[in-house]
Design a protein around this ligand. Structure first.
Ligand code: GLY
Ligand code: MN
Ligand code: MN
Length: 454
């Protein structure tokens, strides 16, 4: 945990900025997997972690905006709980280490909230059990989550402090080893699941959780491919998108793509270098005041220029990007915020996090998936993750529709049927005059990757 002052300060800022009513921050409960006492891994709610750092189930926090004081609701374990789960620190001690002024048992939460006629602010719910619990404590009064609370939480959580950056960098330290291990142990004839297991095992051996399920696949064109059933063959590319959490649950989110054989083919090198150049161009765009939408479009133009050089695309690169023709090969956004969540604060509303009055979300295929578009601000942490993919279903559909045929040489795509996809992803913080790539260097150039795999 951070110091009690850190959490107290965060809560005070929130109370002062919101300035009316009571704020309910709900902690998470255990979620059953297949019967009530067989639980999924416990993951505390990220907003709850941000404002009090307490990583235990069945807690709730209420912040009174008029006094600025907080009350923690929870129950100490019963003797039966202790018999099965072991002991844990008391609710009173949890409150103390988090700088919380008062504690009350969970069954007083409802009367505490409903006892006055003040507004009750709460954040959007993303679990069915939260919905049921909230309705029960509010006596089935269906009230809406609070936009003003959401906006204030986003504005606080968007700017990362040095302490938070250290957490993210500690996550990337472990992630670097996960990626090097994957590069070193991949070879012809190995099952993807062997490497996926080693990646996850490495995180667990080091006392870490994963920030999201491992993507380790030779079918990298499937963007969030969680299938690991293939046997890898020389000539294929393996895409590894995996990241550990820090001890306080800050995420890392790193992707590397490398050849199963340890040596890139000439064709793989050509595409790899385009993606590398997309990422470099995007890095250059990362500075306060620049919009991330423009970084995305700049990277998209680099993709088109590279693909024109290879004879895959044609025509004017600016016009191709304007029409969205590049999205056949780069169908996702350049990146997203990163923090306590891998897609940071996405549960609060992607548009509220990544867009503002000057940056409406496009409905064009590809650009519509851009999660972060607004102007960058010092202290933002985000991913820069361009990619080029050859997605047979999408190519077939566009070709059948003759879509963007002024910009795409469909006949050139036959040799890419089994190519897969290449993504390179790193995590950066926006500084006062630019950006800094977070964490230790993870092999990224063709030579660096081939050296690690030699
Ligand atoms: N790891 C999921 C993503 O890159 O957004
Ligand atoms: Mn990723
Ligand atoms: Mn990402």
């Amino acid at each position: 945990m951070f110091s009690s002052k850190t959490y107290n300060d965060r809560r005070e800022v929130l109370a002062k900025n919101l300035n009316n009513g009571k704020i309910l921050l709900m902690g998470n409960s255990q979620v059953p997997m297949n019967y009530p006492s067989n639980w999924l891994r416990f993951r505390q709610d990220s907003n709850f972690l941000y404002y009090c750092g307490l990583d235990y189930p069945d807690l709730n926090l209420v912040i009174d905006t008029s006094s600025g004081e907080s009350t923690l609701f929870g129950n100490d374990l019963t003797i039966q709980d202790i018999v099965w789960e072991g002991e844990r620190t008391s609710i009173a001690n949890m409150a103390e280490v988090s700088g919380i002024q008062s504690v009350l048992p969970s069954n007083q939460l409802s009367s505490f909230l409903l006892g006055s006629n003040e507004t009750i602010h709460y954040l959007p719910l993303y679990r069915q059990d939260q919905q049921v619990f909230l309705e029960s404590i509010l006596n089935n009064n269906k009230i809406e989550s609070s936009k003003s609370l959401i906006i204030n939480v986003i504005s606080q959580r968007s700017i990362k402090t040095e302490d938070e950056l250290s957490e993210i960098e500690s996550a990337i330290e472990v992630t670097m080893d996960m990626h090097k291990l994957a590069m070193r142990q991949t070879s012809d004839g190995i099952l993807e699941q062997t490497i996926a297991g080693k990646i996850e095992g490495y995180a667990l051996q080091n006392g870490r959780e994963l920030a999201y399920p491992v993507i380790f696949t030779t079918r990298g064109e499937i963007l969030h491919n969680h299938n690991h059933n293939n046997i890898m063959c020389s000539g294929q590319l393996a895409l590894n998108d995996s990241g550990a959490e820090s001890p306080m649950h800050y995420a890392s989110d790193i992707t590397r793509t490398f050849p199963v054989s340890g040596r890139f083919t000439d064709l793989q090198k050509e595409i790899y270098n385009i993606v590398y150049n997309m990422q470099e161009a995007a890095f250059d765009y990362c500075k306060p005041g620049n919009s991330y939408r423009q970084a995305h479009l700049t990277a998209s133009k680099i993709a088109v220029e590279g693909l024109i050089n290879m004879g895959i695309m044609k025509g004017n690169a600016d016009d191709a990007v304007k029409e969205g023709a590049h999205a056949l090969f780069f169908p996702h956004g350049l990146g997203h915020m990163l923090g306590l969540d891998v897609h940071d604060m996405e549960g609060l509303g992607e548009d509220l996090v990544g867009y503002n009055e000057e940056s409406n979300r496009s409905n064009q295929f590809g650009l519509a998936y851009l999660r972060l578009a607004k102007e960058l601000v010092e202290g933002f942490v985000l991913t820069v993750e361009p990619g080029i993919y050859f997605i047979p279903h999408l190519i077939n559909q566009w070709k059948a529709e003759n879509k963007s045929s002024a910009f795409i040489n469909y006949d050139s795509l036959n040799k890419f049927v089994d190519f897969g996809g290449i993504r390179i992803e790193d995590n950066v913080v926006i500084t006062s005059d630019g950006y800094r790539i977070l964490g230790p260097h993870i092999p990224r150039t063709i030579n660096e990757i081939e050296d690690v795999m030699a």
